[in-house]
Design a protein around this ligand. Structure first.
Ligand SMILES: NC(=O)c1ccc[n+]([C@@H]2O[C@H](COP(=O)([O-])OP(=O)(O)OC[C@H]3O[C@@H](n4cnc5c(N)ncnc54)[C@H](OP(=O)(O)O)[C@@H]3O)[C@@H](O)[C@H]2O)c1
Length: 263
């Protein structure tokens, strides 16, 4: 069980010390979304660049400092967006607002991006089904598991079975879900970066190394499989510049939490 009481030092724009705060008002200010529709991605990485630990889960490489900011990011979002792979691997269920943090009282929505339309069973059984952004074939599968109004069909122009994530974001905004928090995974992030859809990238660097094997936070292949080193289609070149807006440090562990603006 993670604790959100670990102290943090703000190095940029700091210096400032953030003691434990049940309401996290200062952290909410430091992580306020930009104006208008805003897409934030939040990932954790080891020092040697891995997106997951030996158990293939990100929970084995994150820590209390990451958890503290992770909750704040959820508290200032309208919707959490994940690839279906992350929902399946990490066992996502319907989301609750982090307890005790100020918010607008609206429920936190969960939206999956899925080409296949396969929604994990634990998400189809509750009374708060997720939204699914999918293409034509995926929609036929997803509507067998979810109410039709939870399935957002956003086909790409040149292949109706592929998902147009940009159109999906527009559809979410039209539902009042304009502050998007993408929590993974590496395959979805690769697509979104390639399409220029990410306004900011929050990266926690965990003070550990796990060795060869896991993907980086940006998948090198659609499956993100180890050993498949070809770049994802459409990866921008030259590299996207990133501007450091925040840098936090957990004095107890050395964990670094950065907020990078990509536009
Ligand atoms: N380090 C971190 O912060 C972090 C964050 C999240 C996840 N992870 C880890 O990442 C691993 C999962 O990696 P992953 O790359 O497989 O995750 P992912 O991107 O969440 O899942 C890939 C699946 O999501 C769907 N998808 C993603 N992008 C899509 C697109 N552009 N169009 C259509 N469908 C899309 C597809 O689902 P369908 O198969 O249904 O078509 C695809 O098979 C897990 O080990 C997890 O623990 C790490």
């Amino acid at each position: 069980m993670r604790s959100a009481t670990t102290p943090l030092d703000v190095l940029v724009p700091g210096p400032e010390h953030l003691a434990a705060d049940p309401a996290e008002r200062r952290l909410q200010e430091l992580y306020a979304a930009g104006p208008g529709p805003w897409v934030r991605a939040n990932f954790v990485s080891t020092v040697d660049g891995a997106a997951w630990g030996p158990d293939h889960l990100s929970g084995s490489i994150n820590d209390d400092a990451d958890w503290r900011v992770f909750r704040v990011l959820r508290s200032v979002a309208d919707v959490v967006l994940v690839g279906a792979g992350t929902a399946r691997h990490e066992g996502y269920t319907a989301l609750d607002r982090p307890r005790g943090l100020p918010g607008d009282g609206r429920p936190l929505e969960l939206a999956l991006v899925s080409r296949s339309g396969r929604v994990p069973q634990q998400l189809t059984e509750g009374d708060r089904p997720p939204l699914v952004l999918t293409g034509a074939a995926g929609a036929r599968t997803a509507t067998r598991m979810l109410p039709a109004d939870r399935v957002i069909v956003v086909p790409q122009a040149d292949d109706a079975d592929e998902v147009d994530v940009r159109a999906g974001l527009v559809a979410l905004a039209a539902l009042g879900l304009a502050r998007v928090l993408c929590e993974g995974g590496p395959t979805l992030l690769a697509t979104m970066l390639a399409a220029g859809l990410v306004d900011e990238l929050c990266v926690t660097t965990s003070p550990c190394l796990v060795g060869p094997g896991p993907s980086r936070i940006v998948a090198a292949s659609p499956a993100g499989a180890p050993g498949q080193e070809q770049p994802a289609a459409g990866v921008p070149s030259p590299p996207v510049p990133a501007r450091l807006a925040r840098l936090l440090h957990a004095p107890g562990t050395g964990t670094l939490l950065a907020r990078w603006l990509l536009r």
